[in-house]
Each structure stands twice: as C-alpha cells, then as structure tokens.
Design a binder for this molecule. Sequence first.
Ligand SMILES: CC(C)(COP(=O)(O)OP(=O)(O)OC[C@H]1O[C@@H](n2cnc3c(N)ncnc32)[C@H](O)[C@@H]1OP(=O)(O)O)[C@@H](O)C(=O)NCCC(=O)NCCS
Length: 128
Amino acid sequence: MWEDIPWATPKPHWPYERFRNMGFESGQMLGDVSIVAYDGETIAGFTMTGKRQSRDGYTWMTGVGRDYRGRGLATAIKVEALSRAKANGLRAMLTTNDEPNKAMREVNAKLGYQMLPAHVQLEKPLLH
Ligand SMILES: CC(C)(COP(=O)(O)OP(=O)(O)OC[C@H]1O[C@@H](n2cnc3c(N)ncnc32)[C@H](O)[C@@H]1OP(=O)(O)O)[C@@H](O)C(=O)NCCC(=O)NCCS
C-alpha cells in the first residue's frame, strides 16, 4: 500500500523492521484505536494510531489493498477508529496528508477533518 501513496516528495519504502519498531516497539501506538480489516486471512485494510501529546491521537497510516478500494473500507475503519478514540477519552484525532493524495484527503474531508494552518517545506537544491 505504501507504494501507492501519492507523496508530495518521493519517500523510500520503509523496511519492515522500521515499520514494526514504530508500531510495536516504540510504545507509542494506541492499540485500541488501531484497526485491521481482514477478508479471511488477507489484510484488506488497516489504520494505525499513535499517541500525540497527552490527549490526542495521530493516524500514522491508513491503507486499503488495491482489490478492496472504492467500497468505503477506509471510511469504515476510520469511523470505527474515531469512535474508539472518543470512547477512550481522546480530545481529537490528527493526521498529515500529502497534498496530491486526493483519495485520503477526500476520505478525511468527508469525516469532518479540518485543515490546520499550512506547514510548507522548502528545499534549495545545492548543485554540485
Ligand atoms: C486512500 C485509501 C486508503 C482510500 O481507501 P478506500 O477504501 O478506497 O476509500 P473509500 O472507499 O472509503 O473512499 C471514500 C471516499 O473517498 C474519496 N475517494 C476514495 N478514493 C478516491 C480516489 N482515488 N480519488 C478521488 N477520491 C477518492 C471518495 O470521495 C470516496 O467516496 P465515494 O466512494 O462516495 O465517492 C486507498 O486509496 C489507499 O490505500 N491508498 C494507498 C495508501 C495511502 O495513500 N494511504 C493514505 C496515506 S497514509
């Protein structure tokens, strides 16, 4: 799913170990607010949530397998995550989307996420 993210700037694919460390060994993941949707033994989609300050949650990544897209699965697992976040007493859920990622931005917009003031990254290439 990572290779399908329309990044604003190219990002190398994370090795599995880095992903695993972030999720399971950092102690930062909110397991109650992270969801995996299965189709039998196949992972159809997932959303992973981490801690953000003391009372917020932060969606690290949401992904739906290519064969399962366009059927409301990302929306369904995010609705479930939002409902669990509320039940767990969180104040808000935050996330970051790449500007070209129309699909994820649309899902979040429909769920009522509001844009915070923009944070624009700049680069001055140093040509050799
Ligand atoms: C983004 C992603 C999770 C969406 O999953 P999905 O299950 O197909 O999304 P949904 O079916 O819930 O879509 C809900 C709404 O989002 C919008 N949407 C979804 N895919 C879209 C696309 N490719 N282009 C434009 N809008 C899109 C639509 O408004 C859709 O509502 P509709 O079906 O009523 O038209 C999926 O495309 C994906 O895994 N992409 C690669 C990974 C990624 O980019 N993850 C996010 C960054 S971490």
